[in-house]
Design a protein around this ligand. Structure first.
Ligand code: XIL
Length: 383
């Protein structure tokens, strides 16, 4: 790793020792699992998993190499796509076949399972039928019935098998900070009232579950993230004023190396404003969760060793800040293996090489990012 302080080098050394690593040649099975390391500090770790389409080996749990790695490192799982409306409500009815496969796998191995998501708010992620849905003569009632039925159906079906729900995902429009305007909010009449209704319904149907508002506002500066953050704060304040039962802010944490700056400079400009945001969120009594951690290495060099070091350093700095908040307990990566990461398709690098934002490379070998994560867990204050 580059640019380590003496303290960080000691922490990294301790992490390596705890992981049983004497060098990069050490066999993977000798590592302690990330969740085991996290649990020493009262944290928990897990990952998104996929059912498998379009390539079968992407089925994280049906691919033995991937499953072995999940079983070593994870205590929590979350479906990458399979509980989204595009999958469960591809037509207007319900189809839980793919998510059931994930839920069964989670139960068979005693993973704790998160529910992502009861509603993904941007219209571009709606199933087609919903975009052109006829809400009839009383659109507000019809929209409420549609959403409430969805929340009840999912919560009843899975009961205590799901311990935490992203009740609503990405409702704030980053460019304005206002709630997103979609065919559903228009039918409902008010975005706020719609969100309140969903949280109240989830609370009634799944009183055991942690209820999360999840979004992607991020700590990088000079982008729409500042407006996004202001909008999310306003939403969270509104929830508290109206008594909406929201327990936790889910911080997706798709962190991004987007600037031609050294890691230390990016961290320096990000940390202060980000802490101010987290201070305000936690002062309102919200808990925090890292729900979709990965690193977009867009502006990091092509050279693998240099890039991996930069990704690891950046992640370590971010996780250190996050872990300093004792309101944070759960940390989930958005996939464990670069080869299957959504990032390469979603936001490709200019050099067209695979993005290296997951803890393991395409050959399922642990990367410096995994070491950085282990070291951040080990360095976290206990909670
Ligand atoms: C992504 C999946 O990883 C992709 O496979 C899919 O094509 C699009 O969605 N924020 C979220 C996640 O809340 O649900 C997204 O997952 C990534 C961004």
């Amino acid at each position: 790793m580059t640019g380590l302080t003496r303290r960080e080098m000691l922490a990294a050394g301790a992490a390596a020792a705890a992981l049983g690593m004497s060098g990069s040649a050490t066999a993977q099975h000798e590592f302690a699992g990330l969740n085991d390391i996290a649990m020493r500090k009262g944290l928990r770790f897990g990952s998104a998993v996929a059912w498998g389409q379009p390539n079968a080996d992407r089925a994280s749990f049906a691919n033995p190499a991937y499953a072995a790695l999940l079983e070593r490192d994870c205590g929590l799982l979350v479906p990458e796509n399979e509980l989204k409306w595009q999958w469960t409500r591809h037509t207007q009815g319900y189809n839980f076949a793919q998510f059931d496969a994930i839920a069964d796998y989670a139960a068979s191995k005693a993973y704790k399972l998160r529910g992502h998501t009861l509603f993904w708010a941007p219209q571009k992620w709606f199933p087609e039928w919903l975009v052109s849905h006829d809400f009839g003569a009383q659109p507000a009632k019809a929209a409420e019935a549609l959403l409430a039925d969805h929340v009840r159906t999912v919560c009843k079906r899975y009961g205590t098998k799901i311990y935490s729900y992203d009740v609503v995902n990405e409702a704030v429009e980053p460019s304005t900070g206002a709630l997103r305007d979609t065919v559903v909010t228009r039918a409902f009449g008010s975005g706020e009232a719609m969100l309140d209704m969903m949280f109240h319904t989830a609370k009634a149907e799944a009183p055991h579950a942690e209820l999360v508002y999840n979004d992607y506002m991020s700590w990088e500066r000079g982008t729409e993230d500042e407006t996004h953050i202001t909008g999310v704060l306003k939403l969270l304040e509104g929830f508290r004023k109206r008594g909406t039962p929201v327990d936790t802010l889910g911080i997706q944490s798709h962190i991004r190396l987007l600037k031609d700056l050294p890691v230390a400079a990016i961290v320096k400009e990000s940390e202060g404003p980000w802490r101010k945001f987290l201070d305000e969120v936690t002062a309102m009594g919200y808990k925090l969760a890292i729900t979709e951690f990965d690193v977009n290495d867009k502006k990091a060099p092509t050279d693998i060793a240099a890039r991996d070091a930069m990704v690891a350093d950046y992640a370590k700095a971010y996780l250190d800040v996050m872990f300093s908040y004792k309101q944070l307990k759960d940390v989930l990566a958005w996939g464990m293996v670069d080869k299957y990461s959504w990032l390469t398709g979603f936001d490709p690098r200019a050099d067209k090489t695979m993005i290296r934002g997951c803890p393991y490379d395409a050959e399922f070998k642990a990367k410096p990012l995994r070491e950085a994560m282990a070291s951040a867990f080990l360095g976290a204050p206990a909670r």
